[in-house]
Design a protein around this ligand. Structure first.
Ligand code: ATP
Ligand code: MG
Length: 407
């Protein structure tokens, strides 16, 4: 056989970005190079609207599939195809198509989809389809040729100096490469929603930095371990750069002792938002992100969302605002964070939970209740106390302001 194994990475959305296209492609290329370090990869090239990953000589089909599967979850990837590079000769292309199709077993039906990226190749795509199809029919007499929704489509792509032939092809996660849309600061609990919210921003090309508020020292640090596990899942596809862990337990306790019980949750949340905003400024992130979903719990009524938003000047993005819980759960399952998020950890919010939280908070009342606390000082103390955890994220660049600029 002796064909060089390749993985073809297709993208569609980033192909549409006009003059930005080259930088998007380079971003995706760099992200993949960094994320695939553990796979038998030689190099990644950009060719005619695709990336081609060249695999080391002797790479098995299983190893190629493992590498392809690692690519499908990376933002910016629309489709991933496993196959071979070969010469621009019809005979060799036929042999490569046979080799690729053999690896795609089990299947019952197939078709050939050839395309020419260079008209200097004398045979047009219709003719290639027929000729390669004939070779495959002879080699796989028990299989059916089917034009509409076949089990396997054998792709043949002729470019300037080579041909890429593949049969196994799976859809990618889509979106834009992480690092093409700027930094965001995501409030990351160990719950189900916020990891999904953060990931959705990463899929749109943002570089997420997380901030987790732990109930420590009033609770154990169990939620911090869960958040670290979640970050490691997100790290696999380069979707998180860093997490700040802020122990907020003592401050919540102080609020719970002196604030009207019904307003506690809103006051906790406003404090979290303010600290997140402070950390975001230091990181160079311009928006906050939460996993809030309209009406899901008492603190997520329109009034309460407004009352927490009013605590900060920074815009708050809520990618899940109109998403049903069941859809969020499905997404968390696909992402691989659901199991982790389903584990119990003391939530710093539930710790000092009132019996009947306010569902229609009035901003004036909230501000009045808040006025008795030294909020500015607390925000300075808490952002100073934040502990930093870094994760591998090719799109992330840390940025710390000059020390004097804070607190
Ligand atoms: P999640 O499943 O994301 O925890 P939730 O349905 O439990 O969300 P809330 O507890 O009201 O809802 O939290 C709403 C949002 O506030 C979360 O999605 C997250 O962005 C943020 N948040 C809540 N608790 C914390 C925390 N301990 N640390 C950081 N962010 C938090
Ligand atoms: Mg929660």
């Amino acid at each position: 056989m002796g064909f060089q194994r390749i993985i073809l990475v297709h993208y569609h959305e980033i192909g549409l970005k006009g003059h930005n296209r080259a930088s998007f492609e380079k971003r995706l290329q760099r992200n993949l190079e960094a994320l695939l370090a553990a796979h038998p990869l030689v190099t990644i090239h950009r060719i005619a609207g695709r990336l081609v990953a060249f695999l080391r000589e002797g790479t098995s089909y299983e190893q190629a599939v493992a590498c392809a599967d690692a690519i499908t979850g990376v933002p910016g990837v629309a489709r991933v195809s496993c196959g071979f590079k070969c010469e621009r000769s019809m005979e060799v292309m036929g042999a490569a198509a046979v080799a690729a199709l053999r690896e795609a077993e089990p299947f019952a039906s197939f078709k050939v989809a050839a395309r020419r990226n260079h008209t200097d190749f004398p045979i047009d795509s219709m003719q290639m389809n027929r000729d390669i199809g004939a070779v495959l029919c002879a080699e796989f007499p028990e299989k059916r040729v089917q034009m509409k929704e076949p089990d396997v489509t054998v792709g043949v792509e002729v470019v300037q100096n080579a041909v890429y032939v593949y049969a196994r092809s799976v859809r990618g996660i889509g979106g834009l490469p992480v690092g093409s849309s700027g930094k965001v600061m995501a409030l990351l609990s160990s719950g189900i929603d916020s990891p999904v919210a953060l990931w959705r921003m990463a899929r749109r090309g943002a570089v997420p930095v997380g901030v987790h508020f732990s109930g420590r020292p009033q609770t154990s640090d169990a939620s911090e371990y869960l958040v670290d596990d979640i970050a490691h899942v997100l790290e696999r596809t380069g979707c998180i750069g860093r997490v700040y862990v802020v122990p907020i337990g003592d401050y919540q306790r102080a609020i719970s002792l002196d604030a009207p019980p019904s307003l506690r949750i809103i006051l906790y949340r406003r404090l979290m938002f303010k600290v997140a905003e402070r950390l975001a400024e230091a990181e160079g992130a311009r928006v906050l992100v939460t996993g809030e979903s309209l009406g899901q719990v008492a603190s997520q009524t329109i009034e309460n969302l407004c009352a927490t938003q009013a605590a900060v000047a920074m815009p708050v993005f809520r990618p899940l605002i109109g998403t049903d819980k069941l859809e969020i759960i499905e997404q968390a399952q696909r992402l691989g964070t659901f199991e982790i998020s389903s584990q119990d950890a003391p939530d710093c919010c539930t710790l000092f939970m009132p019996r009947s939280p306010e569902t229609h908070a009035k901003i004036a009342e909230v501000e009045e209740a808040e006025a008795q606390f030294p909020i500015e000082q607390w925000v300075a103390e808490l952002s100073e106390a934040a502990e930093v955890h870094d994760y591998a994220c090719p799109g992330y660049k840390p940025r710390r302001r000059r020390e004097g600029a804070r607190g």
